[in-house]
Design a protein around this ligand. Structure first.
Ligand SMILES: N[C@@H](CCC(=O)N[C@@H](CS)C(=O)NCC(=O)O)C(=O)O
Length: 225
């Protein structure tokens, strides 16, 4: 016989490394909604052994009662729906999807660069030639929101705002001076991080100290996060 679901077993649990990485958007959405959650933070040393216990051999994993979710972007969409952060009506749902896909590419782009073994050799070129056109395209997409709200979709916060914020917060430690050239992106970033629940989380000890694990040439230390 299966155990009855109790309120406690429905409290979400997030399993990830003790870094911001792919789990940070999940944490921030839960924080924004004052949703209680627990975490299992795995150290990089214990991972090789634990990896075998995970169906896909990868994290994040999101659990909520009997629900067990893999795949970062499916988890983001689930939380968007669960917390009514997926826009209103069909045209806003699809704009959420489009913005999300745009940031999947942007996040992969910057993560590949931070993890590149030749990071030091490539950094000037990326800062000068790759980052500005990428930020230009993103800012154009932000201001193309037909409702001029400062959010990426519609007139209120959606899950893709958190994804966008997370990406911009990856750019910040690498090249704040480049980011500062993009006024609308900066205004958006400030608007998100000054929301009371998010501001409290960002200032708290709950927030992991680094963007990613220490193996990465950039983002694996507090100084580069
Ligand atoms: N497609 C998966 C990829 C997840 C993924 O690459 N996770 C990394 C951490 S960011 C991981 O588990 N790395 C350890 C490993 O692959 O052994 C998703 O989107 O969630």
């Amino acid at each position: 016989m299966t155990e009855p679901l109790t309120e406690e077993s429905l409290i979400p649990n997030v399993t990830y490394f003790d870094v911001r990485g792919r789990a940070e958007v999940i944490r921030i959405i839960l924080e924004e909604n004052s949703a209680p959650y627990t975490e299992r933070r795995i150290s990089i040393d214990e991972w090789p052994e634990l990896k075998l216990n995970f169906t896909f051999g990868q994290i994040p994993v999101y659990e909520e009662g009997e629900l067990l979710l893999n795949q970062t972007n499916a988890i983001y969409r689930y939380l968007g729906r669960k917390f009514d952060m997926y826009g209103d009506l069909l045209l806003e749902h699809v704009r959420c999807d489009m913005v999300q896909e745009t940031f999947v590419e942007a996040q992969n782009n910057i993560a590949d660069f931070y993890w590149n073994p030749e990071f030091e050799k490539l950094r000037d070129g990326y800062e000068k030639d790759e980052l500005p056109p990428l930020l230009t395209r993103l800012q154009d997409l932000l201001v193309a929101n037909p409702i001029d709200s400062g959010f990426w979709v519609g007139s209120r916060l959606s899950f893709v705002d958190i994804i966008a914020w997370h990406f911009l917060d990856h750019v910040r430690p690498f090249s704040l001076k480049t980011l500062q050239q993009f006024e609308e992106l900066c205004q958006f970033k400030e608007m998100i991080e000054s929301r009371p629940h998010i501001a409290a989380y960002l200032a708290s000890d709950r927030r992991p100290k680094t963007l990613t694990v220490s193996l990465s040439p950039f983002g694996g230390t507090e100084e580069t996060s």
